[in-house]
Design a protein around this ligand. Structure first.
Ligand SMILES: Nc1ncnc2c1ncn2[C@@H]1O[C@H](COP(=O)(O)OP(=O)(O)OP(=O)(O)O)[C@@H](O)[C@H]1O
Ligand SMILES: [Mg+2]
Length: 436
C-alpha cells in the first residue's frame, strides 16, 4: 500500500491525497489531517508529479499565511527538485550544471519549468505588508491554500475567490489544521462540491506517521480544544476555550506553596473606570517562580487621587505595584509614583514583549503566563469566591492569524482576575528577587 514518490514512502492516506491532487476531475479539495502528518509535503509531491505527467501549461499558486510557512513549501519543492534529475533538468534557466544555481532558482517566489509549468509561492500575511498584498494581480490554474484557517477570510474573499471567478476551471486545494469555523475553510468543509479528506490520529498512528505514545503525551500537554484541532482533525465547535480550568483553581486553593528563601512582594492594581466595576488591589509574594496570592482588597474610591492614596496606604513603599494604566489607571499610576511608590505602568493593549507572533497583545501574554502558573501548580490563591469565579470565566481564542487572544466574560468586568493577572511578572524581565 505504501508507494514511493521522489524518495518518500508515502502512507496510504498520503497516496490518497496525492491522487486527488493529480486527478483533474477533482477541482475542489480540502484536507484536514493531524499536524505534521505530511499534508504540505504530500501536496508538494502531488503537484510535482502532475507537472511531470502533464504537457499543459499550468500555473500553481501555493499560498501560505506566513513567510515561515511559505519557506517550508519552497524547501519541500526545492528538496524534491534537487533530488530528482528529471525535474532539475526542467527548471528554466537552471541550474542543472551547478547545485547552487538550482538552489537559488528554487528558493525564488516564482519557479518556472521548461514545460510551461510555473509555481508561485506567496504569503498572505507577510510582516510589514497589507494582508493579501502579495496575492494582488495573480491568478492560477491550481491554487493551494496551506494552513487555511490562518488565512483571513477577507483575503480569501477579496483575492482568492476572485481568482477562482476569473478562471472557472481552476482547481482549489485547501489544507487545514481546523482551528475554527470562521473562514472559507469551514465553508469548504461543509460544501458538497469539495472532496474531503480527513485524517485523525488513529489513522496516523496506524500508518506509522506518529506513535501512540506521542499522541498520549500530546493529549496531556494540550488543552482539549488544541487536541481536537491538531489530532482529531475536527473543526473546533467553538473557538473559545476556558483559560483557567476549575480543577486548577481548586487545586491552587488547596495546595500550599513553599517559596524559596529569597522572596519579594508584588501587587496588581486594576483600576475601575468611573462608576463601573471595582478597583482591586491584589497582593502577592513570589520567589520569582512560585506565587502566593493574598486576599484581594477593594479600593472603595472613584477619583484618581483618592484611589492612588488609598491603594498607596495599603502597600509599603518599595513594594512593586503593577498598575493597569489605560484610562483612569494612568493618573493613578503617575500619582503613586509622585508620592514615592514603586509603581509600574502596564498597558495590556500593547504588543506582547515575549512573542508577538503567539500573543495578540500583552494582556494575552500575561494571562497566558497566569494560566501556566495554574496549570503547573506554581500558584496558591485565597479561597475567595469572586476571584475564583472570575478566573474560571476567562476565555481565550485564536484569532484569524492563530494568535492567542483573551476574551472577557460578557456579564461583568473581570476586575479580580485582572488584578491577579497584573500582580505576576510578564515573563520578559526576570524579577529581581530581594529579601522582603
Ligand atoms: N511519507 C513520509 N516519509 C518521510 N517523511 C515524511 C513523510 N511525510 C511527511 N514527512 C515529513 O514529515 C514532516 C511534516 O510534514 P508536513 O510539513 O507536510 O506536515 P503537515 O501535515 O503539513 O504539518 P503542519 O500541521 O505542521 O502543517 C516533514 O518533515 C516531512 O518531510
Ligand atoms: Mg503543513
Amino acid at each position: 500500500m505504501y508507494a514511493r514518490f521522489f524518495g518518500f514512502d508515502l502512507t496510504p492516506g498520503q497516496v490518497h491525497i496525492v491522487g486527488n491532487v493529480i486527478d483533474p476531475e477533482v477541482t475542489r479539495l480540502i484536507v484536514s489531517a493531524v499536524t505534521q502528518y505530511g499534508k504540505t509535503q504530500a501536496v508538494s509531491i502531488g503537484l510535482l508529479t502532475a507537472l511531470l505527467r502533464s504537457k499543459k501549461k499550468t500555473r500553481v499558486l501555493f499560498i501560505a499565511p506566513t513567510t515561515d510557512q511559505t519557506n517550508i513549501i519552497r524547501k519541500y519543492l526545492a528538496e524534491i527538485i534537487a533530488s530528482t534529475p528529471e525535474l532539475a533538468a526542467m527548471v528554466a534557466k537552471s541550474g542543472r550544471r551547478r547545485a547552487q544555481d538550482l538552489a537559488k532558482e528554487t528558493s525564488r517566489k516564482r519557479l518556472t519549468f521548461t514545460n510551461g509549468w510555473e509555481f508561485l509561492t506567496l504569503t498572505a500575511h507577510a510582516a510589514g505588508e497589507k494582508a493579501g498584498q502579495q496575492l494582488m494581480g495573480h491568478g492560477g490554474d491550481i491554487i493551494v491554500c496551506d494552513e487555511a484557517c490562518l488565512i483571513e477570510d477577507e483575503v480569501y474573499r477579496m483575492r482568492i475567490s476572485r481568482m477562482l471567478g476569473n478562471n472557472p476551471k481552476a482547481k482549489l486545494i485547501i489544507l487545514v489544521n481546523p482551528w475554527h469555523r470562521r473562514n472559507f475553510a469551514f465553508r469548504a468543509w461543509r460544501n458538497p462540491k469539495f472532496t474531503k479528506i480527513k485524517i485523525g490520529w488513529r489513522q496516523a498512528v496506524a500508518e506509522g506517521r506518529v506513535t501512540r505514545e506521542f499522541v498520549d503525551d500530546q493529549k496531556k500537554e494540550l488543552s482539549p480544544y488544541e487536541f481536537t484541532v491538531l489530532y482529531e482533525s475536527d473543526f473546533a465547535e467553538d473557538t473559545e476555550d476556558t483559560l483557567i480550568r476549575w480543577e486548577w483553581i481548586e487545586q491552587a486553593v488547596k495546595h500550599k506553596q513553599t517559596l524559596g528563601a529569597s522572596v519579594m512582594r508584588v501587587n496588581g492594581l486594576d483600576v475601575a473606570e468611573k462608576g463601573r466595576d471595582l478597583t482591586i488591589l491584589q497582593p502577592a509574594v513570589t520567589d520569582g517562580s512560585r506565587y502566593i496570592l493574598g486576599q484581594p482588597v477593594i479600593i472603595d474610591r472613584d477619583e484618581t487621587i483618592p484611589i492612588a492614596i488609598e491603594a498607596g496606604s495599603k502597600v509599603p513603599k518599595g513594594q512593586l505595584i503593577n498598575v493597569d494604566s489605560i484610562g483612569v489607571g494612568s493618573g493613578v499610576w503617575s500619582y503613586l509614583k509622585q508620592i514615592g511608590h514603586r509603581a509600574n505602568s502596564v498597558r495590556v493593549s500593547e504588543k506582547s514583549t515575549l512573542d508577538p507572533d503567539r500573543f495578540a497583545n500583552l494582556k494575552a501574554q500575561r494571562f497566558w503566563i497566569l494560566r501556566r502558573l495554574f496549570e503547573e501548580r506554581m500558584i496558591q490563591i485565597p479561597d475567595h469566591p469572586e476571584l475564583k469565579r472570575q478566573l474560571n470565566a476567562m476565555r481565550y481564542e485564536l484569532d484569524a492569524l492563530g494568535k492567542i487572544r483573551i476574551v472577557d466574560p460578557t456579564d461583568k468586568s473581570p476586575d479580580y482576575a485582572s488584578a491577579a493577572m497584573l500582580c505576576i511578572f510578564d515573563g520578559q524581565r526576570p524579577p529581581q528577587v530581594r529579601h522582603a
